[in-house]
Design a protein around this ligand. Structure first.
Ligand code: ADP
Length: 464
């Protein structure tokens, strides 16, 4: 995967600010130099133009005599040109050595309109000659020429000063950029992410700061919830461990007691078999209890993956009935299955669903009266559900216990439960199984009349 490049905000602002300052300074300097050059050259041209007119006027009045007496400024020159372009006089060169000037731009314009101007560049590009030509009354032209530096030459001369100014501006720009970038980034770095609303910051950052604040609050709430959950789980585990130890200790104490009496020869030979029977019964209870503890621990540990498959609840009910028929016969209870034709299969875990049905039916037999019945109803409910109901005609559960019978090791009548081999975990296993299958669980019971426990299974759990 391509790694995202990290950006440094401060250096980005620094570079941006430096670039902007330098560009602005250079542009400003360029505009100022350009503007000054233009205005100075326009002004000097205006003066030169006026001077050219004065000279022309003087030539018109004084003719050759005036020209011979005139002494032009250095780098300036006066030329008198006849109407045919022939040079009549020149302050620098003998006229006969000069060629005809009729084709010179300024002379053409002056002969045509009375006044003409031109600029001619020297070969070296650093000098230029400004020519101002004025036609006088006799049709001849007086030309005043001045040699000046070109803009390139002026700039070349100014290079050291320009470089010096640029260096100064660069240093200033660097200092300003460093200061600006630090000032911009500082309030952002100052934001306390634990309490983002505490410090004042940029208006533009306020939505982000508010979001961080509310996320912090959400995180805190989640943490509190998890801590409470964890503490509850912890308490729950401690209680479970204490209950397990207690439940295991009772049969083990009995077994140990019976065995001790037999070992010490305190039991008459004819009673030995009864005592051994008691040891066997307690050991059986232990085996069932340990089995239930293993089942519930396995369900608790959600890490263990459980294979889901299509389950035929009708078949599972028939299997349970077959398994429990001897116990039901012994208790004088009749087992009835009332199942609809074609009950849809559900997606579930075979072993867990089997344990749920078994425990419900086992309880319905255990807490029943001789001659009573246990009826399993199985039918489709709505489009996506299957209802399993175990209804008995037994002793029922008093109202005040109905909310607690699904808790681990909770029994309404401890002595009765133990006497008939109950572990206090049967309904907990049912509740776990319902949770696993995302099934709804309901209990209704009337003491002395019977109990009905209903489980509504979704055909396909959502988590699948
Ligand atoms: P146990 O192993 O004691 O039966 P359970 O978790 O299966 O444990 O049930 C908890 C308690 O709920 C039982 O001890 C019993 O008091 C009561 N109980 C459960 N099922 C029935 C029922 N069908 N009729 C009456 N009481 C019941």
């Amino acid at each position: 995967m391509k790694k995202a490049r990290r950006m440094r905000m401060q250096s980005k602002i620094f570079r941006g600010s430096l670039f902007t300052t330098l560009v602005a300074a250079i542009l400003c300097a360029g505009i100022c130099v350009g503007y000054s050059y233009c205005s100075i050259s326009l002004e000097s041209r205006k003066n030169l133009r006026a001077e050219a007119r004065n000279i022309a006027w003087a030539v018109e009045l004084g003719g050759q005599e005036y020209l011979q007496g005139v002494e032009p400024e250095p780098k300036s020159r006066i030329t008198w040109i006849g109407p045919q372009g022939e040079v009549l006089f020149d302050t620098d060169v003998q006229p006969e050595r000069l060629d005809n000037h009729k084709k010179r731009d300024e002379v053409i314009k002056a002969l045509e309109t009375g006044y003409g101007e031109s600029i001619r560049h020297s070969n070296t590009l650093d000098k230029q000659t400004l020519n101002f030509a004025v036609r006088i009354a006799d049709g001849s032209v007086v030309r005043f020429s001045v040699e000046t530096d070109t803009i390139l030459a002026i700039l070349q001369g100014a290079v050291p000063s320009i470089l010096g100014a640029l260096a100064l501006v660069t240093v200033l720009a660097l200092a300003m950029a460093a200061w600006t970038s630090r000032r911009i980034v500082e309030p952002i770095n100052r934001i306390d992410l634990q309490q983002p609303g505490k410090d004042r910051t940029y208006e533009e950052l306020e939505p982000l700061v508010r979001r961080i604040g509310s996320q912090n609050q959400q995180l805190q709430e989640q943490m509190d919830r998890l801590t409470r959950e964890h503490e509850k789980q912890d308490k729950f585990r401690r209680e479970f461990t204490a209950n397990v130890s207690h439940e295991l200790k009772t049969p083990l104490t009995s077994i140990s007691g019976f065995a001790e009496i037999i070992r010490d020869g305190l039991v008459r030979p004819e009673d030995v078999s009864r005592f051994a029977g008691n040891i066997y019964k307690e050991a059986q209870r232990l085996i069932i209890l340990v089995g239930d503890i293993i089942k519930i621990s396995r369900m608790d540990d959600k890490q263990i993956p459980v294979q889901r498959e299509q389950l035929d609840l009708h078949q599972l009910c028939e299997d349970v009935i077959e398994h429990l028929t001897p116990a039901a016969d012994q208790a004088g209870v009749e087992l009835i299955l009332k199942a609809e034709e074609q009950v849809p299969q559900i997606l579930g875990a075979r072993q867990i669903a089997d344990e749920m049905i078994y425990n419900l039916c086992d309880n319905a037999i255990k807490y029943n009266h001789p001659g009573g019945t246990v009826t399993i109803h199985l039918r489709r409910q709505g489009e996506n559900q299957v209802m399993l109901q175990v209804e008995d005609t037994g002793i029922g559960i008093p109202q005040e216990h109905q909310g607690r019978v699904f808790e681990r090791f909770y029994r309404v009548d401890k002595t009765r439960s133990k006497a008939i081999g109950g572990t206090g975990l049967g309904l907990s296993i049912v509740k776990h199984g319902a949770l696993f299958h995302e099934a709804a669980l309901d209990l209704s019971s009337v003491p002395g009349k019977g109990t009905t426990i209903t489980v509504v299974f979704p055909i396909k759990p959502k988590k699948e």
